[in-house]
Design a protein around this ligand. Structure first.
Ligand SMILES: *[C@@H]1O[C@H](CO)[C@@H](O)[C@H](O)[C@H]1NC(C)=O
Ligand SMILES: *[C@@H]1O[C@H](CO)[C@@H](O)[C@H](O)[C@H]1NC(C)=O
Length: 365
């Protein structure tokens, strides 16, 4: 409770600092790329089964309606928007994203995608990462028509960017079915090396097309999500295979961020240790006000971890008591705690520095 109040007033102060530091455009723009952890509703506009646009998704959102966010309420990008004193970004495919709304930024994320083009093929129509990057270029042309090329470049270079990828390359590719094509092609350590080298290309491209401050999240403890507890664990222990995948992926991700930053000569890429943040909930849920970090609030079967979250699912009465909203995604409460760590976490959580340090640095420029 106490920390929550501190958190809110802290955000208000930051919002003012950032607003003062920026000119005509108000708060700095914010761009989001990646998968369902950060999708604000792009998949609502697509013919895909990877969607969160029916109840009880959104049950705790201000409108109490589903929005396409894979959360009971706000997701990670929403809390970051609040921290920089901005409105939530609109999905790039939203018809409302035009005129002045474009200056807030945009969310290009699409549930189901991964680093690899063949990740999430079972979801058919999703916006794969290279397509998200193309949309970002298209966005810049649209903004340029509105405010001119020079101010567009300032807006893009001055923006904060978030990218979340990787989880689906395991869950919805390598480990999707036994003897998946990728698992026959690569053993796990080689697969991780491969997707990391592909991720480095994606991040390099993001820099080329204008991103200058990019929060890059690692994967959470993949083996501990309710879906994996239900499918791969007899006794409630996290799945060792998926835990191994996360613990190979995350340190190598930080390594490529280091390499990219040193090639560029500036701290463009900031690593977010979501694995550590999540491990904190998993190891001591009570400390964060959760009654469980194993059972999903919404779902069915063991740990509420099987199938989708729908109106027919079990639904917990108090969502704030659950670290997981559905079989894969954190609750609004957990999302807020993660962003609190992004803002003010130590170097154990944020490499090489936290978001409040970045905001303070950038407001001086
Ligand atoms: C994925 O697709 C994009 C274009 O659609 C292509 O440029 C890229 O090389 C592909 N990645 C791999 C690993 O095949
Ligand atoms: C992170 O943010 C807090 C709060 O602004 C700050 O005091 C702290 O020094 C920062 N930590 C690191 C490691 O940058």
């Amino acid at each position: 409770m106490g920390s929550c109040v501190v958190f809110v007033s802290y955000i208000a102060v930051l919002g003012i600092v950032v607003a003062l530091g920026r000119g005509v455009e108000g708060a700095r723009a914010f761009f989001v790329f990646g998968d369902s952890l950060v999708d604000n509703g792009n998949n609502n506009y697509l013919a895909t089964s990877a969607r969160a646009d029916s109840p009880p998704y959104g049950i705790d959102y201000p409108t109490r309606r589903p929005t396409g966010r894979f959360s009971n309420g706000y997701n990670i990008p929403d809390f970051i928007s609040q921290a920089i004193g901005a409105e939530s970004t609109l999905p790039y495919l939203s018809p409302q994203l035009n005129g002045q709304n474009l200056l807030v930024g945009a969310n290009f994320a699409s549930a189901g995608i991964g680093i690899l083009n063949d990740t999430g093929i079972q979801f058919v129509n999703i916006i794969r990462i290279y397509r998200q990057l193309q949309y970002f270029e298209e966005y810049q042309q649209r903004v340029s028509a509105l405010i001119g090329p020079q101010r567009t470049q300032q807006l893009v270079n001055g923006a904060l960017v978030l990218i979340t990828l990787g989880g689906n390359d395991f869950v919805n590719n390598y480990y999707l079915v036994p003897y998946s094509a990728r698992s026959r092609q690569y053993n796990l350590p080689d697969y991780v090396k491969y997707i990391i080298s592909e991720y480095k290309k994606i991040l390099g491209r993001l820099y080329e097309i204008g991103a200058r401050r990019v929060l890059v999240t690692g994967t959470g403890p993949l083996g501990c999500v309710p879906a994996e507890l239900a499918q791969r664990s007899g006794n409630g222990e996290c799945s060792p295979e998926l835990q191994r995948a996360a613990s190979l992926f995350n340190p190598q991700l930080v390594q490529i961020l280091r390499e990219l930053n040193s090639e560029i000569g500036s701290d463009v890429f900031i690593g977010v240790n979501t694995q550590q943040m999540h491990n904190d909930f998993v190891n001591s849920p009570q400390q964060y006000g959760f009654i469980t970090s194993k059972v999903a609030c919404c779902g069915q079967g063991p740990y509420n971890g099987l199938g989708l979250c729908t109106v027919a699912s079990n639904l917990c009465p108090n969502r704030d008591e659950y670290a997981f909203w559905d079989a894969f995604h954190p609750s609004e409460k957990a999302n807020g705690l993660i962003v609190q760590q992004i803002l003010s976490g130590t170097t154990e959580y944020m490499y090489p520095m936290n978001l409040s340090t970045i905001l303070a640095l950038d407001s001086k420029n």
